[in-house]
Design a protein around this ligand. Sequence first.
Ligand code: FAD
Ligand code: NAI
Length: 468
Amino acid sequence: MSEPAFDVVIIGGGPGGYVAAIRAAQLGMKVACVEKRATLGGTCLNVGCIPSKALLHTSHLYEEARNGLDRFGIRTGEVRLELGAMLDHKDKVVDGLTKGIDFLFKKNEVTRLQGTGRIAGPGRVVVEREGGGEEASCRHVVIATGSEVAPLPGVTIDEERILSSTGALDLERVPEHLVVVGAGYIGLELGTVWRRLGARVTVVEFLDRITPGMDLEIARELQKLLTRQGLAFRLATRVVGVESGAERPSVVVEPVAGGAQEAIACDAVLVAIGRRPWTEGLGLAELGVALDERGRVRTDGHFRTTVPAIWAIGDVIEGPMLAHRAEEDGVACAEWIAGQKPQHDYDRVPGVIYTDPEVAAVGRTEEQLRAEGRAYRVGRFPFMANSRARAVGAQEGFVKILADATTDRVLGCHVIGPDAGTMIAELALALEFGATAEDVARTSHPHPTLAEALKEAAMAAWSKPIHL
Ligand code: FAD
Ligand code: NAI
C-alpha cells in the first residue's frame, strides 16, 4: 500500500485546528488543514473574539469621548458616530489577522485545503468544494469543526432584525431598541456595544441571575454596574416566541414562575442562548465516532475519539467554549499524536467577559466550593483602594481570591474591574503551580499598578491586607 499523503489532516481552521496544524508541523509531521470558509481563523477570528473585541474597544472610545472625559478636565466638541467607519476598522483587523494565519501556514509548511471536509473512512478525508474536490489520505484525522449558534425553538434568524452574534457584529444602523435573549458572554458584550452606540437594550434571561457558572457575588456586582450603565434586565423570564411583525419585531415573554405573557416591541432581537457543537456532515455516525448526550464528540480526556486515529479538539468536544482553551487543545493533541503525554486541566482555564469593567475568573467559585463541602477562606480587595485605579478613574469592582482554609492553596480567583482579563493570567499561573495565597501575597508587584489589587486580595485571604 502506498504511503498516506499526510501524517495528519485537521478538519477546521479555527483556533483549535490551525494551532494543532502548526504544532504538528513543528513536531515534524506532514500536515493539511481543511477549512470551508474562505478565510482561516474560525469563529474566533472571523465572527467571534476578534470582531467583538474591536467593537467593544471602539464603542468604548466613543462613549468615553462623549461622556467620559469631562471628569479629567478634557472638553471635546461634538462627537459623532460614523458606524460604517467603525465597522470598517473591525473588518480590517479581521482581514489582517486571518491573513496572518495563512502566513503562519506557509512558514510552517502546512497545506491548506479549501472546502468542506468529511471523513470517508479510516485515514481518508474527502474535501468538497464548488466545481471539484479532492481526497486526502492520512494517518490521523483531527476534528476541529467548532460550534454554531444554538437556535431558539420557533425563532428564525434572518441576520437583519432577528440576529445571531454574527449579524449583531454588522448592523448597518444602531437599533433604537435591541432585545437580547440570554445574559451570557455574547448577550452582555454585544448588548454593551450597541448600548454604547445609542441603543436602548433589554436583556431577557431565563434564569434568575446573569452569567450562569460565574461566582454569584461577581455576577450580582456585574448586573448592578451594567444596570447603572443603562442595560435593562428581565430575569427569570422565558421567551415564548418572536413575532417578526410588518414594521418591528416583538419578543413575547412570560415569567418562568408563570403569569401573563407580554410582548416587548423592538427594532432588533439578538439570540444569544449558547452555542452547540458542529458535527453535521462529517460522517461520524457511519464511522462509529460516538457523541455524548449534548451532541459533542466524545473523547477519552486526551482528545482520542471512540475510533482509533480520529481525534477531536476545541468547541466540538466537552469543556469551556473558549478560544484559548481550543488553542491549548490544539497544541496538546498534536503532541499526543507525536507520542508525547502533555496534560492540561480545564479547571484552570480562565474566562473573561470584556464589558467595562471586565470580569475574569479562574478556578473554583464560592458556590462550587460550598457544594464540594470544602473549607475555604476569602480575600477581597476593592479597586477603590488601589492607587492606580483611582489615578485612571476606574475604581469600580473588586478582586476575590479563594484559598483552602487548611493549606492556603489558591482555589479560585474572580475579578471584576479594570483590565481584569489581562490580570487573571497571574492567578491562572498561580493555580498551575499550586501556589498558596501567601505565595501570591509575598510576590513583589510593581507600584502603582492594578495588579497590586491581586496581591492585596491574596494578603486578605492569607492574613490581612495593608491598604484596607
Ligand atoms: P471554531 O473557531 O468554530 O472553528 C471551526 C472551524 O471549522 C470553522 O472555521 C468552520 O468553518 C470549520 N468547519 C466546520 N466544519 C467543517 C468541515 N466539515 N469542513 C471544513 N471546515 C469546517 N472565546 C474567547 O476565548 N474569547 C473571546 O473573547 C470570545 N469571543 C467570542 C465572541 C463571539 C461573538 C463568539 C460567537 C465566540 C467567542 N468566543 C470567544 C468563543 C471562540 O470563538 C470559540 O471558543 C473558538 O473559536 C473555538 O475554536 P474551535 O477551533 O474549536 O472552533
Ligand atoms: P452563554 O452560555 O454564555 O449564555 C447563554 C445565556 O442564555 C445563559 O445565561 C442562559 O441561561 C441563557 N438562556 C438559555 N436559554 C434561554 C432562553 N430560552 N431564554 C432566555 N435565556 C436563555 O452563551 P452565549 O452568550 O451565546 O455565548 C456562547 C459561548 O461563546 C459562551 O458560552 C462562551 O463560551 C463563548 N463566548 C466567549 C466570549 C468571551 O470569552 N469573552 C465572548 C462571547 C462568547
